[in-house]
Design a protein around this ligand. Structure first.
Ligand code: ZN
Ligand code: MN
Length: 132
């Protein structure tokens, strides 16, 4: 994603980005808010939401929007796939290759212009399998 020129990296924005880059847990805005408050005590949840949206626009982070439930955020803006555990709700990064021809395949098959794709796998994670 192209970076939007002229968007400043403010102190608050940098703190949010640092928090997000320090974890692989794909946290919610609420979790990020609690962590950023440890660094900037007077920050508001509204500021967190606004800056998450700007960071997304800047191409610094990814938003994983799950439709009916709240979004989770990813400090890695480069496309990669996720495994979502339906038992513990963990969102885990998958170290597998991106299907780099799939956009073109869909485009050729349908005539739509495909800009990107997102892929999540759902099931029971390794940790949760041990509990059974
Ligand atoms: Zn699990
Ligand atoms: Mn991820």
């Amino acid at each position: 994603m192209a970076k939007k020129p002229g968007t400043r990296m403010t102190k608050q924005r940098q703190a949010i980005l640092d928090v997000l880059k320090s974890t692989t847990s794909h946290p919610t805005a609420d979790w990020i808010y609690e962590e950023v408050r440890k660094i900037i005590p007077n920050v508001s949840l509204g500021t967190i939401y606004r800056n998450l949206s700007i960071l997304k626009e800047m191409g610094e982070i990814m938003e994983l929007d799950f439709g009916s439930t709240y979004s989770r955020f990813d400090g890695n803006p480069v496309n990669h796939y996720h495994f979502c555990c339906t038992k513990c709700n963990q969102v885990i990064d998958l170290d597998i290759d991106i299907f780099d021809t799939i956009d073109q395949d869909v485009s050729q098959a349908t005539g739509h212009i495909v800009n990107r794709h997102r892929l999540e796998f759902y099931g029971i994670c390794k940790d949760c399998q041990k509990d059974d």
